[in-house]
Design a protein around this ligand. Structure first.
Ligand SMILES: [Zn+2]
Length: 450
């Protein structure tokens, strides 16, 4: 896609805003630069000291300037479970975490986004209360094959399905034959299938136990590894793009790498919790760590980092999935599975990346550019002329301690409480305007240039 740049209108006034920093994260690396913004877009990227007439100008000094992050895996839950999380709180948390675009998952809201009427209900619910831009996934469930085209034409970014129970009864999993049918339909549409890839046939019963080890044992790596291998084969057969959501098991990586090397149209993401937490550290009874697939051992996490480095995994997204504190209580069978990290994803991943010697621009590629490319969001995820002026002032070397009371999502239950992290999001701009008290986020449809 060739993106039009937007220059200052006529000779009067110049650009709307110019931001300068010693550390601007650009597609080809990090360097001192000046970024000129006009009409909500990046108009020009120049040398740090370039003369650029503008109505407003700010020098961030050593504070880094990043493109706004794109988080394609967020469960907002509104309408229907708005008491778990809603558009206002989720998008406020996003902005506070440097995320300027989210794509909302089709389940946990009621209705699930499985037909165009449900999409319309969700868009109405979201309208006027989002602090960042919001797009929507559609859902593929048993029996809605005929609804996929309508959802696609209505602008969803792709379709999500499960291969195991989702946790909510109104969003059942697909059988393997149903996955094949959906892949054929999506081939015709040119649409993307994103999959919760734990094979339900291989899952054990989750024991009513407070021991984390018992929970992990009920969802062994083989449930993911076999599902990913099978999906890779089906993606090739159907010639349909498939994306593996929240990959936890490193055992799936050889399957993914081999399939990709053979040209299979399959990609994968992982999440901050799989990269920065480890099963060994989860105390018994600590259900704030529960998510599916589960957080595995430290050695497994090392392999996920290696996979990011070589590109077998392309994206890091949050899988933000909060619920009220009382539903996160009890044993590992009873507690809701989900970790809410929209606001903390960037400092979490950056802190761990820095310790591993991974540069900031690589983190930004995983969390902004790659997710934007995954869902086909032209004009998002990069600081480049013509792109949206979604920007983040990030004090990368400044540290803070995670205080749940400072989290903006509805129920700030978090396994990260008390952690010392590097990287403070100082400010977030959406379309060139600092995110403030007014919800200025737009509802996105696939292919639109916002
Ligand atoms: Zn999810």
């Amino acid at each position: 896609v060739r993106l039009p740049a937007s220059g200052p209108n006529g000779r009067s006034g110049g650009y709307d805003l110019v931001l300068r920093s010693d550390r601007v994260v650009l597609p080809d690396g990090t360097r001192p630069a000046a970024v000129a913004v006009h009409n909500g877009r990046i108009a020009e990227v120049s040398g740090r000291d370039a003369v650029l007439p503008a109505r407003a100008e700010e020098d961030l000094g050593a504070v880094a300037l990043l493109p706004g992050l794109v988080d394609t895996h967020v469960h907002v839950n509104e309408p229907g479970r708005t008491e778990w999380e809603g558009f206002a709180t989720a998008t406020a948390a996003a902005a506070a975490g440097g995320v300027t675009t989210i794509v909302d998952m089709p389940l946990n809201s009621i209705p699930s986004t499985v037909d165009t009427a449900a999409l319309e209900v969700k868009r109405k619910a979201a309208g006027g209360q989002c602090f960042v831009d919001v797009g929507f996934w559609g859902g593929a469930v048993p029996g809605n094959l005929a609804d996929l085209r309508g959802l696609h034409e209505a602008g969803v970014f792709g379709f999500k399905c499960f291969l195991a129970p989702s946790g909510v009864e109104e969003f059942p999993p697909l059988s393997w034959p149903e996955v094949e049918e959906v892949l054929e339909e999506l081939h015709d549409l040119g649409a993307l299938l994103v999959v919760h890839a734990e094979d339900g046939a291989r899952l054990g019963e989750t024991p009513a136990s407070a021991r984390y080890a018992d929970f992990v044992a009920s969802r062994p790596p083989s449930t993911e590894d076999s599902a990913v291998a099978r999906l890779a084969g089906l993606a090739t057969l159907a010639d349909t793009r498939v994306h593996v959501l929240h990959l936890s098991s490193a055992g799936a990586l050889p399957h993914l790498a081999a399939a990709r090397a053979g040209g299979a149209p399959i990609t994968a993401e992982t999440c901050p919790h799989y990269l920065t937490l480890a099963a060994e550290q989860v105390p018994d009874g600590a259900t704030e760590y529960k998510c599916c697939p589960p957080i595995r051992g430290r050695a497994n996490a090392d392999l996920l980092w290696q996979a990011l480095a070589v590109g077998t995994i392309g994206c890091v997204v949050s899988d933000h999935s909060p619920c009220p504190a009382e539903l996160k209580a009890g044993d590992f069978a009873a507690a809701w599975g989900g970790i809410a990290s929209l606001q903390l994803g960037l400092p979490l991943v950056w802190t761990a990346a820095r310790a591993r010697g991974v540069p900031l621009d690589e983190v930004v590629r995983w969390m902004a550019d790659a997710p934007a490319r995954l869902v086909g969001l032209p004009g998002k995820g990069r600081i480049e002329a013509g792109y949206a002026a979604d920007l983040v002032a990030f004090a990368a070397e400044e540290e803070f301690t995670v205080d749940p009371a400072a989290l903006r999502h509805r129920h700030p239950v978090t396994p990260y409480a008390g952690q010392r992290l590097a990287g403070v999001v100082q400010r977030t701009w959406l379309a060139g305007v600092p995110v403030g008290d007014e919800p200025r986020g737009r509802l996105l449809t696939r292919g639109d240039l916002p």
